[in-house]
Design a protein around this ligand. Sequence first.
Ligand code: ZN
Length: 96
Amino acid sequence: MAKKKVPLRTCIGCGEVKPKRELLRIVRTPTREIDFDPTGRASGRGAYMCPKKDCLDLAVRKKRFSAALEVPESEKKIEKLAVALSEHFSSKTGTR
Ligand SMILES: [Zn+2]
């Protein structure tokens, strides 16, 4: 029986390894911006995170986005991203 391998990724917040499909993707755009990638298909370097406020907070506090995506630290960009992600969480009820 061919066992299908589940792609795993590490959450940049809590550091847990989880199936890629359970994580949110954050991507570095060609213009070196940090962007939330709801489809998971945008091209560019990606970072992954649990769809949880806790992990978002951790990733923001520990500046994991810029580290994972190798972009210069920019509080404004991270803030914008955090807002976009928060909105994404609150639009999905019952995920926690
Ligand atoms: Zn996490």
